[in-house]
Ligand binder design. Structure first.
Ligand code: BJW
Length: 230
């Protein structure tokens, strides 16, 4: 890394987990292939067909057992443990690969596959292996009230106060493996830049917001991220 930033904010997206074998959302082999993610990842889609949605998340949760952090997750965890300035890793990913790599200073702004949320008592809890009919809320005992603790379109992303505060004092903002198609995350680069941060994009290809970055490096995260952290 060049220069001497003190406060680093890192935003990650699906591209950071692609080399671990988790499909990204957009593009030809996208996760919701055949559907626009904007049409299916919504509270309305869940109301229309809860079993379909719960089954989809049950399968993705189970698939976490077969994937592992890659060199990009590992390099970011090393940076987190070595960095004595401020650092916040904001992930849009609902997988647990940053957690398993050991990154401590991080937030999941779009929720987590391994967590569930009770629509009655509003308590968050570990997700049962299967969330289809018959599940009981561990907190209030209500039946069939759990939903994945995932932020769908139209819902407020998590940790926004902490994120806004980190962006306001960042002097380096790095975006890794995200298409820049989904707000508010896609706006973070402009927020950080307006507050005086230098901005860097690390992505396989130019993102939708690539023009907003001071510098962009294009290639696989598993190569670019360890090289940047070094
Ligand atoms: C590699 C690689 C490799 C591949 N190495 N790179 C303007 C302002 C504010 C909001 C809006 C707005 N306009 C519209 C909105 C509303 C909406 C929105 O953004 N809609 C867009 C369609 C325009 N946003 C919302 O509704 C959000 N809530 C909200 O705005 O609340 C109000 C609010 C207002 C103001 C402030 C705060 C709040 C909620 C968004 C929820 C997103 N949820 C999802 C689905 C989760 C469910 C699930 O997992 O099934 O989260 S959508 C999906 O997209 C998922 C991701 O986290 C998110 C981002 O995708 P990501 O990570 O960028 O993946 P991809 O596939 O798009 O891109 C991967 C990239 O990696 C590509 O560029 C590849 O090239 C690259 N890549 N391999 C490096 N090896």
């Amino acid at each position: 890394m060049t220069g001497k930033p003190r406060n680093i904010v890192i935003l990650t997206g699906a591209g950071v987990s692609a080399e671990s074998g988790i499909a990204t959302f957009r593009g030809p082999d996208g996760l919701w292939e055949g559907h626009r993610v904007e049409d299916v990842a919504t509270p309305d889609a869940f109301r229309r067909d809860p079993d379909l949605v719960l089954r989809f998340y049950d399968l993705r949760r189970a698939a976490l057992a077969d994937v592992h952090p890659n060199p990009a997750h590992e390099a970011l965890a090393e940076l987190d443990s070595a960095w004595d300035g401020e650092l916040l890793l904001i992930t849009q990913n609902v997988d647990d690969l940053h957690d398993r790599a050991g990154t401590a200073r991080m937030v999941h702004m779009h929720g987590e596959l391994t967590r569930a949320f009770c629509r009655i008592c509003q308590e968050r809890q570990d997700a049962p292996p299967e969330m289809r009919s018959g599940t009981v809320c561990a907190s209030c005992g209500a039946e069939n009230t759990l939903r994945p603790d995932i932020v769908w379109f139209g819902e407020m992303p998590y940790h926004m106060a902490r994120i806004d505060s980190a962006l306001s004092s960042a002097d380096l903002f790095v975006s890794i493996g995200t298409s820049g198609a989904v707000y508010p995350a896609a706006g973070f680069v402009r927020e950080a830049a307006a507050n005086g941060a230098r901005t860097l994009e690390l992505n396989l290809e130019p993102s939708e917001g690539t023009m907003f970055f001071d510098e962009a490096r294009h290639g696989p995260a598993g190569t670019l991220v360890p090289a940047w952290v070094k």
